[in-house]
Design a protein around this ligand. Structure first.
Ligand SMILES: Nc1ncnc2c1ncn2[C@@H]1O[C@H](COP(=O)(O)OP(=O)(O)O)[C@@H](O)[C@H]1O
Ligand SMILES: [Mg+2]
Length: 151
């Protein structure tokens, strides 16, 4: 995707799980590697649905999780790019993230996607793609995707 065609921030409204999945899939299709995606929104806002769409856009089959027992918070998937999916729901302090090896996985070859991304605190990369989701009805979700300036 050329920089000219990419707006810095876009807001979408979805009215079904499938639409949210598809939106994530569109984002996944244009990832090139090296991106960190922060998913921010309350419980039930659709972070995991969106994340599954991103994985689909990266051509990841649902059965390809490579979970290491020591990385309980991180699931690794192999598709068009390598995807690390992290869920920080149970984290209460950023200090708990020291042992995760985040620096090692945030490389140009990988995509790192973080649910409850606001909990990364000081571990948050400056150039993350930020996806904010909120419930605006039983099936309505407002989803804003912000791209870092360099994209
Ligand atoms: N438009 C929508 N987009 C995403 N999820 C929706 C939508 N409408 C209803 N839902 C429901 O909301 C829930 C979202 O769950 P999930 O993605 O696990 O949320 P989170 O990971 O943010 O806690 C699912 O039960 C899904 O079926
Ligand atoms: Mg979730």
């Amino acid at each position: 995707m050329s920089p000219k065609r990419l707006k810095k921030e876009m807001t979408y409204h979805t009215s079904s799980t499938r639409q949210t999945f598809k939106l994530g899939e569109q984002l996944g299709k244009r990832l090139k590697g090296g991106e960190t995606i922060l998913l921010i929104g309350e419980l039930g806002s659709g972070k995991t649905i969106f994340a599954k769409g991103v994985a689909s856009g990266l051509e990841i089959k649902s059965s390809t999780a490579v979970t290491s027992p020591s990385f309980t918070l991180i699931n690794e998937y192999h598709g068009r790019l390598r995807l690390f999916h992290i869920d920080l729901y149970r984290i209460s302090r950023p200090e708990e993230l020291y042992d995760l090896g985040l620096e090692e996985i945030m490389t140009p070859a990988n995509v790192v996607m973080v649910e409850w991304g606001e909990k990364l605190g000081p571990f948050s990369p400056a150039l993350a793609i930020v996806v904010r989701l909120s419930s605006v009805g039983e099936r309505q979700r407002e989803i804003t995707i912000s791209f870092p300036e360099q994209n």
